[in-house]
Design a protein around this ligand. Sequence first.
Ligand code: COA
Length: 339
Amino acid sequence: MAAVLAGLGGALPAGVVTNDDLCATLDSTDEWIRTRTGIGERRRVAPGQSTRDLAAEAGARALKSAGRGAVDAVVVATTSADRLCPAVAPEVAHQLGLGPVPAYDLTSACSGFLYGLAAAAGHIASGVAESVLFIGAEAFTTMVNPADRGTAPIFGDGAGAVVLRRGTPDEPGAVGPFDLGSDGSLADLLAIPAGGARQRSATGGPRGDGVPAEDWYLRMEGRPLYVQAVARMTASARAVLDRAGWAVSDVDVFAGHQANVRIVRAVAEELELPDDRVAVNIDRVGNTLAASVPLLLADAAVRGRLNPGDRVLLSAFGAGLSWGSTVLRWPDIPVEEVR
Ligand code: COA
């Protein structure tokens, strides 16, 4: 038995923010952002729009792509949930009219799509569900300090969703094996210090008396993260290829988490994967955390970069630290352009 990819859909908020838009208030330039990150523009939620809205839109498209009106479970990977409590997934299930199915969120930042895919596949393998709607959704620009030039250019909002169904390991679309890992000793390299239980217990409540304003936003140490990202994604990709019995030369498309185009290209170089096998969409969406890989897959499929039968390597890295990889052969499914 295996979990098989049966549908894919994405959603992006309408608001486009170009590098020049950002640089109107930020000490940076379009040239710096493009050359150091590969990002030209990103999307930002409209006032009042949130992760749940993007998740529901992407989820509806994935269900349509799979030709299904029902699933047995809904999982949402997000690090920008609408509220600290409750999870987004039950509201998404309700909004999509999916009934009283099991629904929960998981938080694994930029590796959320790989962790969630493994969790959803596990639900199918264990018999908890025969089909799962799994969504990576983020309104993470709300977590980023607009005055911090080290992070403000990098992140964007969006959602990507897949439907997984029970099938067999030899079918196109069967996901796995997986490689997942973490290193909590480096948790502080990418963190939002305030808002959680640690800050509340230290300051005596949620108001944050004495908490510096920047602590409510993401704090990131870019250089050491860059080094970790390349090393961890490369090792994880190698491990999963090994487990799958694939050579690097078997990989038709490398769909790596879009944190920085230089990171993706460096991983490909380490693996000795030619440039034309590397999918990229960061130029138009930035780093959308858990939504990054499914938005990338949708983009590649729509552009004809990813075709039925292609052997695909997925790999991601993010806060935690955490990372993960998997492989699949691309199935013949309809995918709509994400605008
Ligand atoms: N515009 C102009 N200059 C900037 C800038 C910006 N937006 N951001 C930083 N700089 C400056 C720095 O202040 C520094 O100046 P200095 O040399 O005078 O100190 C210089 O540019 C180089 O900064 P550095 O941080 O070393 O740049 P970098 O090449 O490492 O690129 C990142 C920065 C953040 C793009 C890069 O480190 C990165 O992508 N890291 C990984 C991030 C990541 O993966 N995060 C999420 C995990 S999924």
